[in-house]
Design a binder for this molecule. Structure first.
Ligand SMILES: [Zn+2]
Length: 66
């Protein structure tokens, strides 16, 4: 993943509720796929959206993309 693309955050961005499906990310603390809660947009990379949320198991920050 290109880290430079994440710095271009659009303030015009609005997160469509329709994309709010099951948000799953890989928690490095739990070392497994976990449910992510309180997800928020942190950037855009190409046609993917970078999000960041909290691991439902341990509360650790979990980055993921949709
Ligand atoms: Zn975790």
């Amino acid at each position: 993943m290109d880290p430079g693309a994440a710095t271009r955050i659009s303030t015009e961005w609005s997160f469509e509720p329709s994309t709010k499906t099951s948000q799953v990310g890989h928690c490095t603390n739990c070392r497994q796929s976990v449910i992510v809660v309180k997800a928020r947009i942190v950037g855009v990379a190409g046609n993917r959206y970078l999000l960041e949320g909290r691991c439902k198991r341990c509360g650790e920050t979990v980055p993921f993309s949709v």
